[in-house]
Design a binder for this molecule. Structure first.
Ligand code: SF4
Length: 583
């Protein structure tokens, strides 16, 4: 007899209603805000009290001085030819790159992509030179899926072009959406060229690295800066990190920090400013730099040269003063027709992440935020792909549009191929978790398919749907290389999924012979399997696989077929008929 508490009804969470009603498989009654496509929020988390409100301005408020507004739309001066995706969008055109982005995003139309680009809330980093090779256009913005970047590049003490190209393919294989070539050693030009020619994803660089090869930072001048940018733009680089926001007047704030300036570009430009007693040349040359960026449609990734390098320095005066300058530079770049994203921290305590994301949204008028991590603790060197992936998930949920991966080698050495994989996977987890939580239509469909396969104890499907099928299969087969209705974690008698399945099979009428007082009996572990489990941790992986394969025969499985103990055999039509007649 149901008691009063059983009949209680539960209402949906108070926020968001159903933000993903247009897509199957996403969260009904999510705690995320209702989708606001075409508005300042797009897909967003609700604001904790005290968070800065979004800016009421967009890129439309920072138009080139010689454009005019007439009859409800903007008109470019006579003879003007649009080059950048932003300029095309401002004129109302849908480019082939916008079309491709809409195909890839699924929940966006080409016109929505255009409108987000025009508002400055989305960028499509696609240098036409790179489009002439193999670039597959993608978008970064809060209206689209959360993206991840993988850094690579030779250092003066390790790696070479061939190794970096191999890492590029490895990063693409595991799902990196963009790749940054941060080479500081070897043949920088050749490595960059090879990476651009070989990549289907946008390539970013930090051009100041190559500006100082063979010279001291103090010798850097305007000609060197502009000619280097022009050269890399001609090569086909899709986005540049330029640390123009570190100003002379900010340097005083750095003195109180535990670890000073940790950005390579930021520290070098600080040294230049102190040596010359002048303002940051990237800042003073900003409008000239914009002209080069516009000519090749290279997207700005305005660097955060004063990002915190430890929790103690997070959200300090230096970082926030620079963020305000990044907002000013964003406005000026938009007025020059350039696409802009803004870079962010770094090392940030978990509780400060939302504020950091929402402050950027206000100061930079919704320009996509591209964050490094952030790491939420400093004491786990060797595991910083995990410490930062936790921060990255929060950052994605609270507004970051792209997450720059961190590998286990962070702070310790140059990532090798497997480190790249570990970093990319950690960040795919962060980005996907944020997309599901934000209610991006369809984001959860893949999760639901895997849950169904897991519930059916359908191991083949389970492996197929796993993001890293190889690892999932290897971990499973280490102990039980056979298609059983359980795995080695709990074993047969304790497998709750198997028990649930049997209950459901009975309740649905699928199993004619099943009776509640006659539990269905399937084979549990054979002596061979028990032996394997007992020796777990003692045997080598090869020996475990050799022993594990013995279990297939022991369980009666023919090659390529399920074992007899596998109960996922009911015919749906038969089951439905049984249900209709029996229940
Ligand atoms: S044995 Fe345990 S871990 Fe394995 S499928 Fe069953 S419930 Fe899941």
């Amino acid at each position: 007899m149901p008691n009063a508490s059983n009949s209680q009804t539960w209402s949906l969470p108070p926020l968001g209603a159903n933000p993903s009603s247009a897509g199957a498989g996403t969260n009904p009654g999510s705690f995320a805000c209702k989708p606001d496509l075409g508005g300042a929020l797009a897909f967003s988390s609700p604001d904790t009290p005290g968070m800065p409100a979004p800016s009421d301005k967009t890129a439309w408020d920072f138009m080139p001085a010689d454009w005019n507004y007439a009859d409800g739309h903007w008109v470019a001066p006579a003879g003007f030819t649009p080059v950048t995706q932003l300029e095309h969008a401002r004129l109302g055109s849908v480019t082939s790159e916008m079309q491709r982005v809409a195909e890839r995003e699924g929940h966006l139309t080409p016109e929505q992509v255009r409108d987000e680009v025009a508002a400055g809330r989305m960028v499509i980093p696609a240098n036409p030179v790179h489009l002439g090779y193999k670039l597959d256009p993608m978008a970064i913005g809060r209206a689209s899926h959360t993206k991840i970047n993988a850094n690579m590049g030779a250092s003066p003490v390790s790696s070479n072009t061939a190794e970096e190209v191999e890492k590029l393919h490895w990063a693409e294989r595991w799902g990196a959406d963009t790749v940054m070539d941060l080479s500081t050693g070897g043949d920088l030009d050749a490595t960059r060229e090879a990476i651009i020619r070989g990549s289907t994803v946008p390539i970013g660089t930090v051009p100041i690295y190559s500006m100082i090869i063979g010279r001291q930072i103090e010798d850097l001048d305007a000609d060197m800066i502009l000619s280097c940018l022009e050269h890399q733009a001609q090569q086909g680089v899709d986005y540049f990190t330029i640390h123009a926001g570190v100003l002379r007047e900010h340097l005083t704030y750095v003195q109180k920090r535990l670890i000073g300036i940790v950005s390579r570009g930021g520290s070098m430009l600080a040294k230049w400013m102190i040596h010359h007693g002048e303002q940051n040349p990237m800042y003073t040359l900003w409008d000239d730099i914009c002209q080069i960026m516009r000519r090749y449609d290279v997207t700005f990734s305005i660097g955060d040269g004063l990002r915190p390098g430890g929790l103690a320095d997070a959200t300090d005066h230096a970082q926030l003063a620079e963020l305000s300058t990044l907002g000013e530079l964003t406005e000026r770049a938009w007025a020059n027709g350039c696409q802009v994203m803004v870079e962010g921290p770094g090392h940030v305590p978990f509780d400060q992440i939302e504020y950091n994301m929402k402050l950027q949204r206000e100061r930079c008028h919704g320009a996509p935020f591209y964050v490094l991590g952030p790491l939420v603790t400093d004491i786990f060197p060797g595991y910083d792909h995990i410490t930062s992936c936790i921060g990255a998930t929060a950052a994605g949920y609270h507004g970051a549009a792209m997450l720059c991966y961190v590998t286990p080698k962070e702070h310790l050495g140059l990532p090798k191929r497997d480190d790249v994989k570990q970093g990319v996977i950690a960040y795919k987890i962060a980005a996907h978790a944020a997309d599901v939580a934000l209610g991006i239509p369809g984001a959860r469909d893949h999760d639901d398919e895997l849950t169904k396969a897991r519930a059916a104890l359908n191991w083949e499907k389970h492996f197929e749907l796993a993001y890293d099928s190889d690892t999932a299969r290897a971990y499973h087969d280490e102990d039980l290389d056979v298609d059983t209705d359980f795995c080695a974690m709990c074993g047969h008698d304790w497998c709750s999924v198997r028990i649930s399945k049997e209950i459901q099979e009975f309740a649905s009428g699928k199993d004619d012979a099943y009776a509640q007082n006659q539990p269905k009996v399937t084979l549990a572990l054979t002596p061979d399997q028990q032996e394997i489990l007992e020796k777990r941790g003692v045997l080598s992986p090869e020996e475990i696989h050799r022993l594990a394969s013995k279990t297939r025969t022991a369980m009666g499985a023919e090659s390529g077929h399920q074992a007899a103990c596998h109960s996922d055999r009911a015919d749906d039509a038969e089951a439905e008929a049984l249900q209709t007649s029996s229940l």
